[in-house]
Design a protein around this ligand. Structure first.
Ligand SMILES: Nc1ncnc2c1ncn2[C@@H]1O[C@H](COP(=O)(O)OP(=O)(O)OP(=O)(O)O)[C@@H](O)[C@H]1O
Ligand SMILES: [Mg+2]
Length: 269
């Protein structure tokens, strides 16, 4: 199943949170860096690893079809066991212009037969060339938000926009959920969920030691796996997988938008 992660203005943490979730995911998972502003995991967590494969090369190699079949050749491992894989994001400025998000969304949503889930880091909601079709195919659309009044205000505006983008299918509006970064700073995850009027599928604490390991490749240290961030990510991953699975079953029984209805839905036209 495909799960999309995005954020509103003023709530960083999508890439760090996505990585923490991918490393904690209960099944095999691909973290797909679809942020039109570019990928950052190889540079940060990968400690300046040279880009290999990735979204840009995949889109080029599969321009005449076979995107789903070629996908696995463009992934890199995030862990030793290869349970968590990365589709590295774009590296060239403006490369998002050449991506057919509708075709990519269909390929990513079609990985169920390979028992592989996809966590798609879609970046900020209002970005140019934002991958709207990926959200429209997703079993869950996760809005990453902080817990301050300013963050919740921005998240509310984003929800209104997200609701207009998501199709009125059983999974559509109901696919929306929130992941709170920094619960209790100052509002609790429950209070944020109430203010937003949607379910909170998880909360990741602000962890000034563990987060830079994921975002910037800081040395992990012996206790990284037991850090507050990774412990919370394991709970959030299990809960999000369950939330998405319930919607995924309903989505599978619903006709999908055709490429004609979504092909032009990239931003910045
Ligand atoms: N749970 C957390 N605890 C502490 N710091 C965090 C946490 N999540 C993210 N950060 C920090 O916030 C900064 C931005 O995080 P990240 O790159 O994940 O945001 P983003 O939403 O992907 O941003 P962008 O829109 O630029 O891609 C990083 O320095 C990261 O270490
Ligand atoms: Mg990011």
């Amino acid at each position: 199943m495909l799960i999309a992660l995005t954020s509103a203005k003023g709530s960083p943490g999508v890439t760090t949170g996505g990585l923490a979730l991918a490393l904690s995911w209960p099944r095999r998972v691909i973290l797909a860096e679809l942020d039109p502003a570019g990928g950052e995991v190889l540079a940060g967590y990968g400690r300046a690893q040279l880009p290999v494969g990735g979204l840009g090369e995949l889109a080029f190699a599969a321009r005449r079809g076979g995107l789903g079949q070629q996908l696995f050749a463009h992934l890199v491992r995030l862990d030793g066991a290869g349970r968590a894989l990365l589709l590295p994001g774009l590296v060239e400025p403006g490369a998002a212009r050449g991506i057919d998000w509708t075709r990519l969304a269909a390929a990513l949503a079609g990985l169920d037969e390979q028992a592989t889930d996809v966590l798609a880091d879609c970046g900020r909601l209002r970005a140019e060339r934002f991958p709207i079709p990926v959200l429209q195919r997703a079993a869950a659309v996760v809005l990453v938000t902080g817990s301050t009044l300013r963050a919740v205000h921005a998240a509310k505006l984003s929800i209104a926009e997200l609701r207009t983008l998501l199709p009125e299918t059983p999974a559509g509006g109901g696919a929306l959920c929130a992941l709170v970064v920094g619960p209790g700073e100052p509002y609790t995850a429950g209070e944020v969920g109430d203010a937003l009027g949607m379910p909170v599928v998880g909360a990741l604490p602000r962890d000034r030691k563990a987060a830079p390991v994921l975002s910037d490749g800081a040395p992990a240290g012996r206790l990284f796996a037991q850090s507050a961030l990774l412990r919370a990510a394991r709970t959030a991953a299990a809960d999000l997988a369950e939330f998405a699975a319930a919607r995924h079953d309903r989505l599978a029984a619903t006709p999908q938008p055709t490429s004609a209805s979504t092909a032009g839905s990239s931003r910045g036209r």
